[in-house]
Design a protein around this ligand. Sequence first.
Ligand code: SF4
Length: 175
Amino acid sequence: MRYSLIRKMDISNGQGVGISLFVQGCHFHCQGCFNQETWDFDGGYEWTQEIEDKFIELANKPYIQRISFLGGEPLADENVSTILRIIKRLKLLYPEKKIWIFTGYTWENILHQTSSSALTRLMTVGLSDVLADGQFEIDKQDINHKQVLWVGSSNQRVIDVQKSFKNNKIILCNC
Ligand code: SF4
């Protein structure tokens, strides 16, 4: 995997104070994407073991409440197995901290695709707490979206992942 940016102290990509990893590479190429420099899977920087260890350590502060993954596309076939490994490590060390994922895949895509990468995607989402789903659609841009702090078009949702699995239907995050 390659990555674009790490934020050690982030207050804009999830609730509360957190850290964020912007991965490199996205196949969706949404018109109006806020982060087009992350589209190229060969751009950015190599994700090494050393960087991963440092990233995990960044979460080891009492005021860090959540870890956010965005991009680029954290759940792309090229990225998802690394993201799964990072989340497993984080959950083991800091089970109380929330995991947020921002993805162009929809909840329905993630639940119903059947390739081996799709299974990894499902496992990754299954370990997370909040999923901001769906591609940004410029013709559905909505500044009155009730979750406008986190998403920009009306098709996108910010989903409470664990409640949604438990209830077998989408429950939006109260965030
Ligand atoms: S899915 Fe996200 S990163 Fe990818 S093109 Fe769309 S808005 Fe940009």
